[in-house]
Design a protein around this ligand. Structure first.
Ligand SMILES: Cc1cc2nc3c(=O)[nH]c(=O)nc-3n(C[C@H](O)[C@H](O)[C@H](O)COP(=O)(O)O)c2cc1C
Length: 358
């Protein structure tokens, strides 16, 4: 991390922002208290909802934390594809006895401007962005407010433009990552197989000079040591923290991470219209191949279905976001997990430094 960011926390360990309820004040507070960087997720929240969580978190810890914002999305070119998908999901609506949601939901911008205004008015230590890069003016305004900015990127090109725009640091997200790929432009024609984290970190390290936080599939301290060796300054972990008791993830979601019934993850547009990695369940298998590139419209369309599936205790209809390392999840209090990861990292570094050159 940049010297200022490194100074914020004891360990180079960042708890990923996880929208949808997993990373609230309780999780972020426990991570911050243990010496990592905790994160609140402002995605799908109103500016007021976000600010309430910031205030709650400040009551729990004086430690460092960040807030993550979704960048506004371009207007959908072809809404008819969403209508076709609505028909595809009619059987689900009947099965879960719930109407489908309004695809226009709360619009394309997720309240971005209002959230930026709140965070500039009452600054927090770190703000990160996903699904795009803010303007130079916005990044400058945060710098003036004393807030460190991190822009999430999935390619060397995105990394370069974020550096040019004035980001303080990058979150480099590999294809292994759980949840949405943070790609700045969702190109439906593009191949969404993505780039593996180690390779991407090495590429980005050779492209930009600013600090890198590496994310995607990291579950153990030895993996953190590997990304640091590849050029990252810190590691961001989502799935590893999902299973913690402080995580607000649905208990069925937590259990599914290590349930042998779920053998693999996949990038799917089935639930939201943007590629996101989750455990492959019935819903992903049946609808993934037909889901259009229409985010956030598909997210709003499926919101009630996902809620109804959760209420019915049916993990086969829920969005079970998870990274490729999900089976290695450990159900530990977040503070203990941070300490354990930090110990494993130290051990891996010591082992590497003691290995004699051949
Ligand atoms: C349940 C879940 C929700 C997520 N929500 C967000 C989010 O709101 N904002 C964001 O930038 N990244 C989000 N991510 C992605 C993480 O920031 C991070 O890239 C990812 O968790 C790293 O991969 P891992 O899960 O294998 O550790 C989410 C990931 C998960 C698993």
């Amino acid at each position: 991390m940049s010297s200022e960011l490194t100074d914020l926390c004891r360990y180079p360990i960042v708890q990923a922002p996880m929208a949808g309820g997993a990373s609230g004040p309780e999780l972020a507070g426990a991570v911050a208290e243990a010496g990592g960087l905790g994160f609140l997720a402002a995605g799908y929240k109103t500016a007021d909802g976000m600010y309430n969580e910031v205030k709650q978190l400040r009551r729990l810890t004086g430690g460092p934390f960040g807030v993550n914002l979704f960048m506004p999305q371009p207007v959908l070119a072809d809404p008819s594809a969403v209508e076709v998908y609505r028909h595809q999901l009619a059987g689900e609506a009947a099965w879960y006895e719930t109407p489908l949601g309004d695809p226009d939901g709360s619009g394309n911008d997720d309240g971005y401007e209002a959230k930026v205004a709140v965070l500039l008015d009452d600054p927090v230590p770190v703000v990160s962005f996903t699904f795009g890069c803010p303007t130079r003016d916005t990044l400058d305004a945060f710098a003036k407010a004393g807030t460190h900015t991190i822009v999430t990127v999935t390619s060397a090109e995105e990394a370069q433009s974020a550096q040019w725009a004035g980001a303080d640091a990058l979150c480099v997200q590999g294809v292994e990552a759980g949840g949405h790929q943070a790609t700045h432009r969702d190109d439906p024609q593009a191949d969404h197989t993505g780039t593996g984290l180690l390779s991407l970190v090495a590429q980005v390290r050779e492209t930009v000079q600013i600090p890198i936080v590496a994310a995607g599939g990291l579950m153990r301290g030895a993996q953190i040591a590997a990304v640091l060796a590849a050029g990252a300054d810190a590691a961001q972990l989502g799935t590893a923290f999902l299973a913690c008791p402080e995580s607000g993830a649905n208990p069925l979601h937590k259990q599914a991470l290590t349930n042998p019934l779920f053998v693999r993850t996949e990038l799917t547009r089935a639930f939201s219209g943007r590629p996101a990695r989750g455990l492959v369940n019935r819903f992903v298998r049946e609808h993934g191949p037909y889901a259009p590139a229409a985010y956030p419209q598909v997210h709003y369309l499926t919101t009630r279905l996902r809620q109804a599936a959760a209420k019915a205790g049916d993990a086969q209809g829920m969005a079970l976001w998870a990274g490729q390392g999900h089976r290695m999840a450990r159900e530990l209090p977040a503070g203990e997990l941070v300490e354990l990861l930090a110990g494993e990292l130290e051990a891996a570094r010591t082992a590497l430094s003691q290995r004699s050159p051949r």
